[in-house]
Design a protein around this ligand. Structure first.
Ligand code: TMP
Ligand code: ASP
Length: 253
């Protein structure tokens, strides 16, 4: 397809195009999946369509409970209109149960409940493998100041409470997730809002009854069909019709 508008940025799973008005962008969800800092790559039929829908669902939910975020509206199967933000160069990770890198780092069994939700930060830098960084680095290098970090923790914990509840309601345990934060200006006044995406690419989701993985670990760990896992999440949330299990996501608008 010939590009209709100016490409602003291309990441591993999404492309950003110039939006119709100043201060807006069009976010396009690709079918590409990567893991381990793009050492493992694949194209997964329908993933972009599902993540566009799912991110719309979660961001709209955040808006409904007053958590500011970049989502304006979905445009079509793969694109949504978003507010342009200046991305804070951090991956903000919230963990409820041990899994992935914290389980490895601390020798914990995956699934162990944490004493409280833990918020941690990785510096967004693919070449360095998104290293975990302490607040001290973030403030010293000026990626965010103490007030920003207080606001970021508060946003992250609110998002955690919201998402944990939504997932629990459909029999899914929210083990952990990652969000990104953007800065927007209203005149001289700067605000921090939730940006990027919220989807099974950026969460760990386990079926409460069976423990089955319904997230990108299916791809990272070769556990089966990623599209089937994401379709199941979408179906349970009512983002796809209940009988959609056998319908290719690309057929649904
Ligand atoms: P981790 O256990 O590998 O540190 O991942 C924690 C959470 O963050 C998990 O839900 C997956 C998500 N995540 C991303 O969205 N992008 C990334 O690049 C990484 C490493 C993790
Ligand atoms: N997003 C990272 C990558 O593309 C890592 C991950 O999600 O596992 O490699």
């Amino acid at each position: 397809m010939a590009p209709r508008r100016k490409k602003i940025y291309e990441g591993k799973a999404k492309i950003l195009y110039e939006g119709p008005e100043p201060g807006t962008l069009v976010q396009y969800f690709k079918d590409d999946a990567t893991a381990f800092n793009a050492q493992k790559k694949a194209t997964i039929d329908g993933k972009g369509v599902l993540n566009n829908r799912l991110s719309e669902y979660f961001m709209t939910g955040l808006t409904n409970i007053g958590i500011p975020n970049h989502f304006i509206r979905r445009l079509n199967m793969r694109e949504q209109l978003i507010r342009q933000v200046e991305i804070v160069p951090l991956e903000v990770i919230v963990r409820n149960f041990a899994a992935g890198s914290i389980a490895k780092r601390l020798g914990m069994e995956e699934g162990t409940a944490l004493p409280r939700p833990i918020v941690e930060y990785s510096y967004k830098n693919d070449a360095l493998g998104d290293p975990l960084v302490p607040e001290e680095y973030i403030i010293a290098f000026g990626w965010a100041n103490q007030q920003d970090l207080d606001d970021i923790v508060s946003l992250a914990l609110r998002v955690n409470d919201f998402l944990s509840g939504v997932f629990f309601g459909v029999g899914i345990k929210l083990v952990d997730f990652k969000i990104e934060i953007g800065r927007v200006w209203d005149g001289d006044f700067m605000r921090l809002i939730v940006a990027d995406e919220i989807s099974p690419d950026s969460c760990r989701l386990w079926d409460i009854k069976t423990g089955a993985h319904l997230d990108k670990d299916v791809f990272r760990r070769d556990l089966g069909s990623l599209t089937d896992a994401y379709t199941e999440v979408a179906r349970r949330l009512g983002v796809l019709p209940a009988n959609a299990t056998n319908i290719k996501p690309t057929l649904i608008n």
